[in-house]
Design a protein around this ligand. Structure first.
Ligand SMILES: NC(=O)c1ccc[n+]([C@@H]2O[C@H](COP(=O)([O-])OP(=O)(O)OC[C@H]3O[C@@H](n4cnc5c(N)ncnc54)[C@H](O)[C@@H]3O)[C@@H](O)[C@H]2O)c1
Length: 271
């Protein structure tokens, strides 16, 4: 059901790779809520090619950008404003990649070149996006930026390896830049800490299905889906949350504050 919460707003959505991507659902919901959007992803992801379907469905244009390249990001913000006809009201950072995870390398054995690549792609890219946007004054007064993160930034999940540290940096950047962009243009910057979600990035993590089920059993509301996450992002992009900034917001069905559940206990008591 549409409430037209984003009517008249212009947004950029990164990270829609295929129909499982969280960003894919966010793009669909933003379009339903009345926003005009531009889609962006790494040029290599375009060649894998699903995103055109989403662009047709949401009547949006695609601007390829490697989120580690400030040149690409400059082009993204400049062209997006031309296409959408004004400054950007909201931005979704939905970018994550760890070569150490991809190659199944354990945390103590982390390859440092891969580690640095993960930091650049998954965390510094948010800084680069915000810095580029600020230099171009591309985000409108009171605009909203959301980055997606995971609770491994606060608690140890061994299989999340270097991404745990990388997400901690991402969340720190939301706070640090949230201050500066808040002062500059009252732009909000928040991270949403999402439940395990069955996407390409998610299922690439060793043992994903087991911890997906564990989180689902622990959370009183169960795991939040990608569709649920899209709904939450819409509220954060809307004017209804204009005083929320520099926060890490848990969107996890209660997982982050639950110690134990009967469902998990029963697995150990044999009931
Ligand atoms: N799936 C989960 O369980 C889960 C849980 C919490 C948070 N998240 C976060 O949600 C975000 C989206 O991930 P997802 O689960 O939808 O998976 P996904 O694989 O669908 O999305 C990751 C995206 O990052 C893009 N990307 C990678 N390198 C890039 C680059 N250099 N430039 C631009 N884009 C690049 C990929 O092309 C892809 O579209 C990530 O930040 C992820 O860490 C995922």
């Amino acid at each position: 059901m549409s409430h037209q919460l984003l009517k008249g707003k212009r947004g950029i959505i990164s990270g829609a790779l295929d129909s499982h991507s969280i960003a894919w659902k966010v793009a669909q919901r933003c379009y339903d809520e009345g926003a005009a959007i531009v889609l962006t992803n790494a040029p290599i992801a375009m060649r894998m090619g699903e995103i055109k379907k989403l662009a047709e469905e949401t009547r949006s244009e695609i601007i390829p950008a490697d989120a580690t390249s400030t040149d690409d990001l400059g082009n993204l913000f400049t062209k997006s404003q031309e296409i959408l006809g004004g400054k950007i009201d909201f931005l979704l950072h939905s970018i994550g990649m760890s070569v150490n995870i991809r190659k199944n390398i354990s945390y103590p054995d982390s390859n440092y070149d891969y580690f640095l690549k993960g930091i650049d792609v998954s965390a510094l890219s948010l800084h680069k996006m915000l810095s580029t946007a600020m230099n171009l004054d591309a985000i409108s007064e009171g605009g909203s930026v959301v980055a997606l993160t995971y609770i491994a930034a606060q608690r140890t999940f061994p299989f999340y390896t270097d991404m745990a540290d990388i997400k901690a940096l991402l969340e720190s950047i939301t706070r640090s830049f949230g201050y500066h962009y808040g002062k500059f243009r009252k732009v909000r910057v928040n991270s949403v800490s999402q439940s395990p979600t069955k996407t390409t990035a998610g299922t690439g993590i060793k043992g994903f299905d087991d911890f997906f089920n564990y989180a689902n059993d622990l959370s009183p509301l169960g795991n939040a889906t990608a569709d649920d996450c899209a709904d939450y992002c819409v509220t954060l992009f809307s004017d209804l949350t204009r005083m929320v900034t520099m926060q890490n917001l848990y969107h996890d069905g209660g997982y982050s504050t639950t110690g134990i559940s009967n469902e998990v206990m029963n697995k150990f008591s044999g009931n």
